[in-house]
Design a protein around this ligand. Sequence first.
Ligand SMILES: Nc1nc2c(ncn2[C@@H]2O[C@H](COP(=O)(O)OP(=O)(O)OP(=O)(O)O)[C@@H](O)[C@H]2O)c(=O)[nH]1
Ligand SMILES: [Mg+2]
Length: 181
Amino acid sequence: MVFKIIVTGSFNSGKTEFIKRISEIVPITTDKPVTEQELKEIKTLTTVAMDFGRLTVDEDITVHLYATPGQERFDFIYPLLLKNALAIIILGDITDEKSIKDVVKYYKKFKSLKRLPTVVALTKIDLKNSVPEDRIKEYLSELPEDVPILKIDATNKEHVKRTILTALQMLFESDEEQEIV
Ligand SMILES: Nc1nc2c(ncn2[C@@H]2O[C@H](COP(=O)(O)OP(=O)(O)OP(=O)(O)O)[C@@H](O)[C@H]2O)c(=O)[nH]1
Ligand SMILES: [Mg+2]
């Protein structure tokens, strides 16, 4: 069975990196030069449509990963990407307060479009300038308790895989609950 999972999160949170790192096919990316001056100072390329990658977990499970663009002017693509999606992974850059706050914004936005099992992963834990833990807790306090919050290095394949397996696990658990009901 193919599981479609969406990877979202703010500009520069590591979505493209996440997919590049895990995909067993050459990932399809749509990165183009950043046009806004203030964002250009952060990095030169940005995703304008989506990234796509594929991961075979075992003989029964294949994951198709789609990452959203990080800039708000591309929001129109979300409903298209969500079609047939089964879970959401929201990334936040642990070194960037706004990116962490945006995790809640993305959570609400996607919940309003479609209710899906959601996992949060804070990226860049390998860097030194993490936002202090108490502030992270405060910024993410609006998330429901059943949303796992992982801390990962998105350039590390094992970390990326662990995040995807957590999303699959949530998905299987939510299916079981529905069967009981
Ligand atoms: N050290 C480190 N670098 C990371 C990590 N995640 C992402 N990066 C780097 O951070 C930069 C931004 O990552 P991208 O994957 O382009 O971010 P994005 O979320 O796709 O950005 P947009 O598509 O513009 O929204 C790149 O240079 C990545 O290599 C991480 O966990 N650790
Ligand atoms: Mg990108």
